[in-house]
Design a protein around this ligand. Structure first.
Ligand code: FES
Length: 93
């Protein structure tokens, strides 16, 4: 289990078998997504610290500090920023 911090506000844990997108959903967050397969880029966010591993091939365009949570698992404690969340408390920040 790794600790995941979302937009400096929400903290959750990521089991080894869940993607970061799944971990956010399991915790009650409503992150933006579409394809869930690394193609569309809708889930794109910034990895500000930590390491992730890809379980799929990233087809969407990414800057060097960005990841696709739908096809990534945490390899360490991670901090994600600029996650598009639909829950009101997080989207206001
Ligand atoms: S949901 Fe489409 S790339 Fe992640």
């Amino acid at each position: 289990m790794h600790k995941v911090t979302i937009n400096k506000v929400a903290k959750l844990v990521n089991s080894k078998s869940s993607t970061l997108l799944e971990a956010m959903e399991t915790s009650g967050l409503k992150p933006e997504f579409n394809c869930r397969d690394g193609h569309c880029g809708a889930c794109r966010c910034k990895l500000s610290s930590g390491e992730v591993e890809y379980i799929g091939f990233a087809m969407a365009y990414l800057k060097s500090d960005e990841i696709l949570p739908c096809i990534c698992r945490a390899k360490s404690d991670v901090q994600l920023e600029d996650v598009n969340i639909h829950n009101e408390i997080l989207s206001a920040s």
